[in-house]
Design a protein around this ligand. Structure first.
Ligand SMILES: Cc1ncc(C[n+]2csc(CCOP(=O)(O)OP(=O)(O)O)c2C)c(N)n1
Ligand SMILES: [Mg+2]
Length: 552
């Protein structure tokens, strides 16, 4: 890259960018350095914004994702141009599926060199477009404050999600007046609500009251702590079951117990901004009764039309609104007798709470790898020690056992995108958002490999958490597919080296490592991990049980 005359700090586009982010309320940015964005690193020194420097760009996005889900604010990741941007873009799939308001800021070749074969020149905005709500290249230094305000607004409006801005290095390094950034007031960054029309809210509450077995299904955006508060209000106001769905296993999400059985009995389903997709088996029988009627509320015309196509005559009506506004709008309608559906509500709640009694009977083996249920049983007391504990988990068979059996006041999972890998960065983002909380992350041994270097980030940044690796020496989820579809004689490629010492990897990076071969070793290992006050990896040998599908 050509050496350029550097402008004095405080007067560059990079300074205006950081000032605008500070106005947006940003205090933490998850970043990985690179030539094109060093002016932004420099500008951060003059602002109340901490940079957490990570080891892979995708991890920065996952950290910003967890941070946003838990704080309710826009998460920000900052990466360099070219492949730095492409590495980050992959992780946007998870933020998109999770409906997380997130801003990816990527360095970019200078505008003055575009088309000339500039260093790391790529069509970055196009690359990120399919996995974002909006994606553009900042046109000038002067536009940067408004670019940030617009991006925050878009990320939080309608269905929340990620937004990308590419930052040409010459826009960051050229002269800029800070005044326009400092003049931005909070309203410029705020979401633009799409309220549910009153007539639609009344029509919906009347239909819910008239139904025998109504269900309200909420999207991932409302599975967050602030979303759950809204859903609790809605449940109380309507007196009907309200269920948030955020798992790639859809109606088979083991955290929802035997919910699938009650879904099949529903006679009215209101989609509260929840996309009608594979997670709901596209609304088809036998997952949903053929005579069930549907109300579709969604902020996106294309998703409303898709639902209309799938549902045909089964659709009662469709309305445009974002999930948060719709939840508030429905809660504000007086429905009279909220006890009318008490028995049905209890039936749904009992189905969701149901777990097979046989799980309680699974005993710890004395000299063999333990069943995942035995491992998780030892973890619940740790989560229960604090009212604000955070449970993090991603995919794989072990993750499903974790989600089936563990409860915490806040939970961050990989979500409908169904990607494995984010749990270690999620744990770091969670701890950054909630420094007082205990953060417990559960992940498979295959998954550990994606972002294990982030233990270094956690150590350097002083963000302790406990990662529990369910080590079955295989990519078990895919191994189980081979067993089911092709038979035991045709399994291949899904084994990992036996009993790899991931705890030693973490320890080598300055974290605390523990290795537990049997259930007897587990409690003391967990206590030492927590007491270390460091990021910790507890590597536990498990037996590789297939993920549960809960039915009564
Ligand atoms: C990014 C990504 N790559 C691959 C997959 C496919 N996949 C889903 S689960 C899984 C195996 C996970 O193995 P591990 O973390 O050890 O968990 P286990 O199933 O063994 O408990 C794989 C490869 C995916 N979902 N996401
Ligand atoms: Mg595994």
């Amino acid at each position: 890259m050509a050496e350029q005359q550097q402008k004095a700090p405080g007067t560059r586009g990079a300074d205006a960018l950081m000032a605008a982010l500070e106005q947006a309320g940003t205090r933490t940015i998850f970043a990985l350095s690179g030539n094109h964005i060093m002016s932004v690193f420099d500008a951060a020194l003059d602002r109340e914004i901490e940079l957490i420097h990570v080891r892979h760009e995708a991890a920065a996005v996952h950290m910003a994702d967890a941070w946003a889900r838990l704080s309710g604010e826009v998460g920000v990741a900052l990466v360099t141009a070219g492949q730095g941007h492409a590495n980050a873009a992959a992780a946007l799939c998870t933020a998109q599926g999770g409906e997380t308001p997130l801003l990816l800021l990527s360095g970019h070749a200078p505008l003055s060199e575009l088309g000339l074969g500039s260093f790391q020149e790529q069509r970055q905005a196009e690359l990120a477009a399919p996995v974002t709500k909006a994606s553009w290249t900042a046109p000038s230094a002067a536009s940067l404050p408004e670019d940030i305000a617009r991006a925050c607004r878009i990320a939080r409006s309608g269905r929340p999600g990620p937004v990308h801005i590419s930052l040409p290095s010459d826009t960051l390094e050229s002269d800029c007046d800070l005044a326009s950034a400092l003049a931005l007031d909070a309203a410029r960054f705020a979401p633009e609500p799409i309220p549910l029309p009153k007539a639609a809210a009344e029509q919906a509450t009347t239909a819910l009251a008239d139904a025998s077995r109504p269900l309200v299904i909420a999207p991932p955006a409302l599975a967050t702590p602030t979303g759950q508060t809204l859903l609790a209000q809605l449940r109380a106001a309507l007196g009907v079951p309200v269920v948030a769905m955020e798992s790639p296993r859809g109606i088979n999400d083991p955290a929802l117990g035997a919910f699938a059985e009650t879904l099949a009995e529903a006679d009215l389903i209101l989609l509260l901004g929840k996309p009608l997709d594979f997670t709901l088996r596209f609304g088809k029988a036998p997952a949903v009764a053929p005579q069930c009627r549907w109300i579709v509320i969604d902020p996106e015309p294309a998703l409303r039309q898709r639902a209309e196509r799938l549902l045909g005559q089964r659709r009662l009506f469709t309305a445009g609104a974002d999930a948060r506004s719709a939840a508030s709008g429905l809660s504000a309608i007086s429905v009279g007798d909220t006890a009318r559906h008490a028995a049905w509500r209890e039936q749904v709640e009992a189905a969701i709470a149901y777990r097979p009694a046989a799980w309680d009977a699974i005993a710890p083996a004395t000299d063999a790898p333990m069943h995942p249920v035995v491992l998780c049983r030892a973890l619940q007391p740790l989560l229960d020690r604090r009212p604000d504990s955070i449970l993090v988990s991603d995919g794989g068979e072990f993750g499903q056992w974790a989600q089936a059996t563990l409860r915490a006041s806040s939970r961050v999972i990989n979500g409908v995108a169904g990607a494995i890998g984010p749990s270690l960065p999620f744990a770091i983002g969670a701890k950054a958002a909630r420094p007082e909380s205990t953060v417990l992350a559960l992940l498979g041994d295959g998954t550990f490999g994606f972002h294990m270097a982030e233990f270094d980030t956690a150590v350097r940044s002083g963000l302790p958490f406990v990662a529990v690796v369910g080590n079955d020496s295989r990519w078990n989820a895919e191994h189980q597919i081979q067993l089911r579809h092709y038979g035991a004689a045709r399994t291949q490629g899904c084994t990992l080296a036996p009993a790899t010492r991931y705890d030693l990897v973490a320890a080598a990076l300055g974290a605390h490592g523990e290795f537990a071969r049997t259930a007897a070793e587990l409690p003391a290992a967990l206590e030492r991990a927590l007491a270390s006050g460091k990021p910790a990896c507890v590597n536990v040998l498990i037996d590789g049980a297939a993920a549960p599908v809960v039915r009564r």
